[in-house]
Write a protein that binds this ligand. Structure first.
Ligand code: NI
Length: 157
């Protein structure tokens, strides 16, 4: 019997779990849309539109959904997940000025929402197979502001 849980088809009595790994990076950004006037940018983004930019200590939580392997007892080797996050997120993002150094933010406003979507895009394919898939990417811009992104359901393994 098949049924669906958060969009992922699986069999009844399967043990589905979420595992989460946290990582951090520090980066600068500014939020300004070149298609809008200076006044509009100021109104929408406030101080964040300041052309000299400002920094955040971002915290990222990546959650995988899957069934623990009967032999290893693990959904995915967390060491492997750490390596993927280091390679795909920390290396390209850490100590960068996102608008100038990290595509697609040369042409896309680096809001927390867009950062969450870009991180999803960078790691999804490597975390999608018949045993597990990426469930969510949470990005904290500060302790009291975070975004959750659940993708577009394109993992159909
Ligand atoms: Ni900011």
């Amino acid at each position: 019997e098949l049924y669906r849980w958060s969009g992922f088809q699986h069999r009844k009595n399967e043990v589905r779990m979420l595992i989460t790994r946290k990582t951090e990076f520090s980066a600068s950004h500014l939020c300004r849309n070149p298609e809008l006037s200076a006044e509009e940018n100021q109104r929408i983004y406030g101080m964040s539109a300041n052309e000299h930019g400002h920094g955040h200590n971002y915290v990222v939580e990546v959650s995988l959904e899957g069934e623990p392997d009967p032999v290893t007892g693990m959904v995915l080797d967390l060491k492997e997940l750490k390596e993927i996050l280091n390679r795909e997120v920390v290396m390209p993002y850490d100590h960068r000025f996102l608008n100038y150094e990290v595509p697609p933010f040369d042409r896309q406003v680096p809001t927390t929402e867009n950062i969450a979507r870009d991180i999803w895009r960078r790691i999804e394919r490597q975390l999608c197979n018949e045993n597990h898939r990426l469930h969510s990417v949470r990005v904290y811009e500060s302790e009291d502001l975070f975004v959750d992104y659940f993708g577009d359901g394109s993992c159909s393994a």
